[in-house]
Design a protein around this ligand. Structure first.
Ligand code: ADP
Ligand code: ZN
Length: 545
């Protein structure tokens, strides 16, 4: 049992139940609240659904410690802010919301309240409004001068870091908070941050000796599995059998795919709809509303559907296309089971799904793209492939490693399909085959021939293809060197060599496009070719249809 002590413990405990209607604190909540009340800067890293809001909402309703005045909450997500403000009002806590959409009349009313004696407990404000609005700034200065600024809360704090993908321009500006209001404590919260991003957040916000609460990213109630992607019918059968009438999200990479799949699901009798960024706001709101109310069970969505969905009873999250990186994958699966009840996270994997994603990365119209950024994204998606193809290491261990966390598979308790199927794996030594592949690439390189991975794999498999014959590669001594290997194992082998940097795909500049990718030897090739390094691959022989 948790020991709740300290000068503020009694007050904190009483509000947990009387104001928030909760029975016990979750991990780190009490400690973070306590540190906030002591007036410290606080950094909270908690997985999605962990209960971050309470960490800054509870101190604001207390009277002891550093709580006097208005708590300013900065968040990037309008929908989430609306939800929180409404939630607070339902608890009779005084909260107001100021965004770039707030009408001048409403904004004036809010300002009047802030300047009056009956101040709201919370002022939620978007970073954009905070950045550009002079009246908002002078309101903060006024509060500061009258010692009525309780604290700044920066939610989704990773948006300040240019390392992450959620970087928000207006978040950059938040460094001025510490400069302009030096002795107002700051609390920053996020669910995604590796070491580098955490340091970046602390640095950019100018946080001083923060009380830091980081907790395991392991979500014990989620079952993780990767299954071969075969057909929509198979997925439908699974949903009907395992999750009848339950809530779920299916992630896809394109809006057309979302619309089409949702329609297919409806035809098969499931209550499904789609969600993506290109829909107009009314449609989006309707879908979200229907889903919340249970009129729709399944949302087929791009990753645009995500940040800020607060539906606690999501029983399954399916990825029907390859996620772009492990960070995103973890975030998206994290939307399952926020109520703590068991939920399923399934990734339907097919290697062929890699190509469209690589194409998307390379064909980007983003003017800030550089060869280095493309390589980084490619590396990130290859890590997903590696995750999918690694059938032997506990999936939790693999996922959490991306967050720098060491996870012992004994703590998984069979709640991933690698731990559950441990006995069914076959491990095979493929050192000889690896050397044959590398030898093939080496000889092509010496002949100054540029070939793609696909082409090289076809030579190795001895494929009877015009593209191979045209280059006379059917005459190559290594043609067909891997013809006795199962097709899946050849793919595994090439992917693993790429992952291990024994092979690399190099971008080569041509007249029109600079992003043609050719297969070359990588920095680790020699450790296999001459260094005596061996390679084993584990795979599950095909399960019966
Ligand atoms: P986060 O912002 O970390 O994703 P939230 O603050 O939205 O998470 O909380 C997620 C859910 O957990 C909410 O439904 C919230 O009411 C619930 N919750 C938070 N703290 C507790 C607690 N101590 N006991 C029970 N439920 C809690
Ligand atoms: Zn496991």
């Amino acid at each position: 049992p948790q020991e709740l002590t300290g000068p503020y413990a009694a007050e904190i405990k009483s509000h947990l139940n009387s104001t928030f209607g909760l029975k016990a604190f979750r991990k780190n909540q009490f400690e973070a609240i306590n540190a906030a009340m002591a007036g410290r800067d606080v950094f909270v890293l908690m997985p999605t659904g962990g209960g971050k809001s309470l960490c800054f909402q509870l101190p604001a309703v207390c009277r002891g410690g550093r709580t006097r005045g208005v708590t300013i909450v900065v968040s990037p997500l309008l929908a989430l802010m609306h939800d929180q403000v409404n939630g607070l009002k339902e608890k009779n806590i005084d909260a107001v919301l100021l965004t770039s959409n707030t009408t001048e009349a409403d904004a004036r009313q809010i300002r009047d309240r802030v300047y009056s004696r009956e101040k709201p407990t919370f002022l939620y404000v978007t970073p954009e409004r905070l950045k550009v609005s002079a009246s908002t700034k002078s309101m903060l200065s006024y509060l500061y001068r009258s010692k009525e600024l309780a604290r700044f809360v920066i939610d989704e704090a990773h948006c300040i870091s240019t390392w992450g993908q959620d970087f928000r321009e207006a978040y950059q500006n938040l460094h001025t908070l510490r400069e302009d209001f030096p002795d107002v404590p700051i609390m920053a919260l996020t669910a995604t941050a590796d070491r580098k991003t955490v340091d970046d957040i602390l640095d950019r916000l100018g946080m001083r000796d923060p009380a830091t609460f980081e907790q395991s990213f392991n979500r014990t109630n989620l079952y993780y599995s990767v299954l071969p992607k075969r057909s929509v019918d198979e997925m439908v059968a699974f949903i009907k059998q395992s999750h009848p009438n339950q809530t779920g999200v299916i992630y896809r990479t394109g809006r057309d795919k979302c619309e089409k799949l949702a329609q297919q699901l409806r035809q098969k009798g499931l209550k499904a709809d789609h969600f993506h960024a290109k829909m107009d706001n009314d449609d989006k709101e309707r879908v979200q509303h229907d889903w919340k109310k249970g009129k729709i069970h399944i949302i087929v969505a791009t990753i645009a559907f995500g940040m800020g969905i607060d539906k606690a009873d999501v029983r399954f999250v399916i990825h029907f296309d390859l996620p772009k990186n492990m960070d995103g994958y973890y975030q998206e699966t994290g939307r399952a089971g926020r109520d703590g009840e068991p939920a399923n996270c399934i990734l339907y994997y097919a290697y062929r799904d890699l190509q469209p994603i690589l194409k998307m990365i390379r064909d980007t119209k983003d003017p800030n793209t550089t060869p280095a950024s493309i390589e980084r994204q490619e590396r990130a998606v290859r890590a997903v492939i590696q995750y999918c193809e690694n059938n032997s290491v506990c999936r939790r261990t693999q996922i959490l490693l991306h967050f720098g966390e060491k996870f012992d598979k004994k703590d998984c308790h069979g709640q991933c399909n690698n731990c559950a199927n441990e006995g069914l794996l076959v491990t095979q030594d493929v050192t000889k085959e690896a050397k044959a592949v590398l030898g093939l690439v080496q000889s092509l390189e010496r002949g100054q021939e540029n070939v793609t991975v696909d082409h090289c794999r076809n030579i190795f498999k001895g494929a009877n293809l015009a593209a191979v014959r045209d280059k006379r590669h059917d005459q190559h001594p290594s043609f067909g060197a891997g013809k006795d290997m199962p097709k899946e194992l050849v793919e595994l082998l090439f992917n693993r060599l790429l992952y291990l940097d024994a092979l690399v795909e190099k971008s080569v500049q041509t007249n029109s496009k600079w992003h043609v990718q050719y297969l070359k030897l990588g920095s680790k090739a020699n450790s296999f070719l001459t260094g005596g390094k061996t390679l084993q691959l584990s795979h599950r022989p095909k399960d019966p249809k």
